[in-house]
Design a protein around this ligand. Structure first.
Ligand code: ZN
Length: 221
């Protein structure tokens, strides 16, 4: 069995993935659409590496859920690890940028929230972390004003910009490094803008970074 890995768009060896950090409620309009308060510090959770899915893949709706939602997110790859980076230093630790979808079994997550339980199952099924190939941050330009969007069967469902993040990407990487030692190959899903909604069997999803510098295409089984 192959270990979960990601690929740079420019080619090269697959990059073995370590931890997958995810940020919840990083866009005020998305927090509001789910009636969640805006957090006082970044809301962090993790997905298992087994949830990764490359572009072109297909994901099954798990039998345990009747309400799987799409959440399009900018994803960054940690290139140089370490701990305790300042916001200024953080950008130098990012070696790749891509577009991903934080698939979420909303019904399972809602029940977990009610009980104060973790979200790991709701967020962690096989294929629940589709991710595009990654490009060098220099090729993307300004990480603080990067557009992202998602279409379902060709219809735009989510469209946003990282300019609306509560915590910009560099702040998130700095914050994570204040708690966790980061390793090369770690990924950060940086939160979703508003417009999340359910996917159905047969849907075709396309996530787009910027003007289409990288795209991600997946099907729902
Ligand atoms: Zn998310």
């Amino acid at each position: 069995m192959q270990m979960p890995s990601v690929q740079m768009l420019a080619g090269g060896e697959p990059i073995r993935v370590g931890s997958i950090f995810c940020i919840g409620r990083n866009y005020a309009a998305h927090a509001a659409e789910l009636n969640n308060p805006v957090p006082k510090s970044p809301l962090v959770f993790l997905k298992p590496a087994s949830s990764l899915l490359a572009s072109g893949g297909r994901v099954a709706i798990p039998a345990a859920s009747k309400d799987v939602h799409h959440e399009v997110e900018v994803v960054v790859l940690i290139g140089t690890g370490g701990k305790g980076f300042s916001t200024e230093e953080a950008v130098d630790h990012i070696s790749g940028v891509g577009i991903g979808i934080d698939l979420t079994a909303r019904d399972i997550q809602s029940r977990a929230k009610e009980k104060g339980h973790p979200w790991s199952i709701a967020k962690g099924f096989d294929g629940f972390a589709p991710l595009s190939a990654l490009i060098a941050p220099q090729a993307v330009g300004d990480l603080t004003d990067l557009s992202l969007s998602l279409t379902v069967n060709g219809e735009v469902r989510q469209s946003g910009t990282t300019a609306n993040m509560l915590w910009p990407i560099a702040d998130l990487v700095s914050y994570l490094s204040s708690i966790f030692t980061l390793y090369p190959g770690d990924l950060v899903f940086t939160g979703t803008p508003e417009g999340v909604g359910p996917v159905e069997s047969g849907d075709q999803l396309q996530a787009i970074l910027g003007d289409g510098i990288v795209t991600l295409d997946i099907g729902i089984e």
